[in-house]
Write a protein that binds this ligand. Structure first.
Ligand code: ZN
Length: 386
């Protein structure tokens, strides 16, 4: 059953619908079950929590990502920090977990074209899964998208269209136009949310934390993690869900703005301006639902300025992971919250590192020294360092 958490509207699962009549994004019913020990593949291990069996032929090996200790940042913050490294997914972001379930959904509905509206990560993901499985993909991107992002996306050979006009409205327009010809799997597609739940299950199995830091733009990742933890609780596997912290960039923070002002609905952000471009949706379709969930679970919404984001990106690189600026917001927020003592010392924290730095956003702000040397002088060159 597809359900709306705003008005409680319900729709049959075979209906090709993603938004409720009230305008809010739908989600599937809550599932409960057991984790199947001994199965490594993420879709088999947690199969009782998914709406259908996932055909492994359609997969690219997504999920099962490492949860890496971050000793250097942990020491500075007097907290035990773990980085959930989603950069190692097949197209280098967590989006792959949602794309594979969306692809199944499209095929189950008998729709032969897969589409998405994206600033980069989801576009690359949808194009890759479509190409591998010989399904036509249609990717709508904002007209000001950087060439580096276009390079990654176009490698997978989708129909790539730069669209001028309001990017926030493009989300809703694509769903209307796609109908039964193109299945648009945008950020808050109910089946995308199902895929993102798997991150919560994996975290639970490795290190159940006190806090989870979640970069938030359209709201899909936050909604997916919440649903995953709630399902573990409903299944009697955990007693309480960890405190979920939604993190936004100061230059585009409609959810934090509304939450901190006790508003029930988000307002459109007039001019997004941040280096964290992958999380700069000015009117997030899942924003109101994130607000409801923050309220329900006593969550925290924290916004961080660009200078803190770039600093955190450097610190994460020193732990061995080159991530997008958008992925660094969790660490920037954690530092603020520890400084303000809103998070106690000694706690266990997981931060989701959503996508790889190599994808082409602005990267690493401090200067790195690079040395030059001829082969014949190499030994002499190296003596300078030892
Ligand atoms: Zn509704």
């Amino acid at each position: 059953m597809l359900e709306c958490e705003a008005c409680r509207g319900q729709y049959e699962p075979d209906q090709n619908i993603q938004l409720c009549e009230c305008g809010e994004p739908l989600r599937l019913e809550y599932f409960h079950g057991d984790i199947k020990e001994g199965k490594r593949d993420v879709w088999s291990r947690y199969s009782e929590f998914f709406p259908f069996e996932v055909d492994e032929k359609l997969n690219l090996g997504e999920g099962n990502t490492p949860l890496l200790k971050a000793p250097s940042i942990s020491k500075k913050l007097d907290a035990n920090l773990y980085l959930k490294n989603e950069t190692v997914n097949p197209t280098w972001s967590f989006k792959d977990r949602g794309t594979v379930l969306s692809l199944h959904r499209a095929l189950n509905l008998g729709i032969k074209n897969l589409g998405t509206v994206s600033t980069g990560n989801m576009a690359a993901s949808v194009s890759a899964y479509g190409k591998r499985n010989e399904i036509q993909t249609i990717v709508l991107v904002p007209s000001n998208i950087s060439n580096k992002k276009v390079e990654q996306i176009s490698t997978y050979d989708p129909i790539l269209i730069k669209v001028t006009g309001d990017y926030g409205d493009l989300y809703y327009e694509s769903l209307k136009i796609g109908k039964n010809e193109i299945y648009f799997t945008n950020s808050n597609s109910p089946f995308r949310i199902e895929g993102y739940k798997s991150i919560a299950f994996e975290i639970y199995e490795e290190k159940f934390p006190d806090y989870v830091m979640i970069p938030t733009s359209s709201g899909g990742l936050f909604r997916g993690l919440t649903k995953g933890f709630k399902e573990l609780k409903r299944s009697g596997i955990i007693d309480e869900i960890p405190t979920l912290i939604s993190v936004q960039a100061e230059g585009c923070s409609p959810v934090c703005e509304a939450y901190q002002s006790n508003e029930k609905e988000i307002k459109r952000w007039s001019e997004p301006d941040t280096v964290a471009r992958a999380i700069s949706n000015p009117y997030p379709p899942g924003g109101n639902d994130v607000l409801r969930k923050l309220e329900e679970h006593g969550g925290i919404c924290e916004k961080v300025p660009d200078k803190d984001i770039l600093k955190a990106q450097n610190e994460i690189a020193r732990e061995g992971i080159f991530c997008q600026p958008s992925s660094a917001v969790g660490i920037a927020a954690l530092k603020n919250l520890r400084r303000k003592d809103k998070i106690e010392e000694g706690v266990d924290v997981v931060s989701i590192i959503t996508g790889a730095g190599i994808k082409g956003e602005i990267v690493l702000d401090d200067e790195r020294a690079i040395f030059h040397c001829g082969l014949e002088d190499l030994e002499t060159c190296l003596t300078r360092f030892f």
